[in-house]
Design a protein around this ligand. Structure first.
Ligand code: NAP
Ligand code: MG
Length: 462
């Protein structure tokens, strides 16, 4: 795999400050496929200075021109979509078809949506005797995870550039090659030097330095709640803007009037896709007690069909973590009806698609984010009980409701403490705001709501 041995700063690939490097590993065969520099605080500082220097020019660039750069970026992502898919497959391990359909395609849709939005957005509005200007927040420090490596980057960088902000990105250490490819795409799209900068490196070193840097005005983070909490505390102490997209433990609520087989099959597919490494995955399936046994049998059958069609999880640590959760579930009284903690094959970080039945709401597997192909099926007595269980975690990122009538599902969804709900299997919408209630985060990404995260207002009175 192609890898740059420098950092993309101020419009060019520049030598890294230190000599330390990160090996990039293919999770399917555990082979090293590339090596990137491990950034230091000095690399971060150089990148932030470049972003600060570029800020006035980019902020003053007319929205139509910023829109044109984003449209060009989308076009590059289209032209290089096969390369994107192959790179994500190589470092994340996802099956190539999934990389093409999701990892390469979603960022194209999101970049395209921001190209359109930038061209039409009212960056100026009249409120009584005032004119309110929506101005860029400033320099953005973006810290992203590995699970949707390009999507997570584009969901921050596209709205930031649309708003007139400049960016320093610290991508996940497991998927830096996709980030380097993105930097090439930004360059090819004609985005001016310094507007976007990339520093690869480790979270506690380069990530921490970026979050702490006084030259950063907004820290936008996606990842674990543990790290998000630290970043939020740092930002609070420095009175900086912060956006946090954290974990989830979303409920898939199947009401008795629903098409049970469809709800279960779509629910299993939702959890198994990307090997369960999706923060918004519906990892808790809630089924009425009268339909419980049937639902469990359907879920076990559906999961077994996935077999070896899902990819591995991202690294050995995640594999051990996920297997540990399955074992903990069994120790606390859950019953394995598909999959299990045993490694399905000797090589690669694979975990079997697993379904746990007889899960109760207080169990660890019903409360903590597992981030692997593991579905827990819970039993509810009546609708109030289902709502109580659905809302009974610290998280509130996503969810699903299934019912015979849409109105019944909507009424239930309105009572859920969560940022997104799919009604009877609703489709992904790149313009719909995405983000968490409760400890799933602060702020929203995507669409116009995502754009406002990168804007601040200035009111002029007349
Ligand atoms: P993570 O540690 O929170 O990683 C997210 C990003 O933050 C990565 O770029 C990471 O760098 C960086 N980071 C780590 N420590 C940091 C620090 N002290 N200061 C600043 N940045 C820091 O998540 P992970 O270790 O990759 O995954 C652990 C768990 O997080 C998963 O099992 C899952 O539960 C959750 N997760 C959630 C999402 C989501 O979309 N909500 C995504 C991924 C993971 P490194 O890559 O070098 O660690
Ligand atoms: Mg980490």
């Amino acid at each position: 795999m192609k890898a740059h041995d420098g950092m993309y700063i101020d419009g060019a690939w520049r030598p890294a400050d230190g000599r330390d490097a990160i090996d990039v590993v293919n999770p399917v065969d555990e082979q090293v496929i590339g090596r990137v520099p491990a950034g230091t605080a000095l690399d971060v500082d150089t990148a932030v200075r470049a972003a600060r220097a570029a800020l006035p020019g980019w902020a003053a660039t007319p929205p139509a021109e910023r829109a044109a750069r984003l449209a060009a970026l989308r076009d590059v992502l289209v032209a290089r979509k096969d390369e994107v898919a192959e790179t994500v497959t190589a470092e994340l391990g996802s099956p190539l078809k999934f990389s093409q359909a999701v990892h390469a395609a979603a960022p194209i849709a999101v970049a395209g949506s921001y190209a359109e939005l930038t061209a039409t957005y009212a960056f100026e509005e009249k409120v009584g005797n005032s004119v309110v200007h929506h101005e860029p927040v400033g320099v953005v420090g973006a810290i992203t995870p590995w699970n949707y490596p390009l999507h997570q980057i584009v969901a921050k960088v596209a709205p930031a550039l649309a708003a007139g902000c400049t960016v320093v990105l610290k991508p996940a250490e497991d998927t830096p090659l996709t980030a380097q490819l993105f930097a090439e795409a930004v360059h090819e799209a004609g985005v001016p030097a310094g507007v976007f900068n990339l520093v690869t490196g480790l979270g506690p070193v380069a990530g921490q330095a970026l979050a702490e840097h006084p030259g950063v005005d907004l820290v936008s983070f996606t990842g674990s709640t543990a790290v998000g909490r630290r970043i939020g505390a740092l930002a609070g102490a420095a009175v900086k803007n912060v956006a946090l997209e954290l974990g989830g433990k979303s409920a898939n609520v199947i009401l008795p009037s629903a098409d049970l087989a469809k709800a279960v099959n779509v629910g299993v597919a939702n959890v198994m896709s990307n090997s369960g490494q999706t923060c918004s995955a519906w990892t808790r399936m809630l089924v009425h007690r009268d339909q419980y046994d049937e639902a469990v049998a359907l879920a076990a059958e559906a999961a077994a069909k996935y077999g070896d069609r899902i990819g591995p999880v991202v690294n050995a640590k995640q594999r051990e973590r996920v297997r540990g959760y399955i074992e903990k579930g069994v120790a606390e009284g859950a019953r394995i009806v598909a999959g299990g903690p045993e490694a399905p094959q000797e090589q690669g970080y694979f975990v079997s698609p697993t379904v746990l039945a007889d899960v109760t709401e207080d169990m660890t597997v019903a409360q903590e984010e597992i981030f692997g192909p593991v579905l827990s099926v819970l039993r509810y007595e009546d609708e109030e009980d289902a709502l109580r269980i659905a809302n009974g975690t610290v998280y509130g990122l996503a969810g699903a409701v299934w019912a015979g009538e849409e109105a019944e599902a909507v009424a239930f969804a309105r009572r859920m403490e969560t940022g997104q709900v799919d009604i009877n299997g609703g489709r992904f919408n790149p313009l719909a705001p995405f983000g968490g209630y409760k400890q799933s985060g602060v702020g929203r990404e995507l669409g116009a709501h995502g754009l406002t995260e990168y804007l601040q207002t200035k009111s002029l009175q007349f």
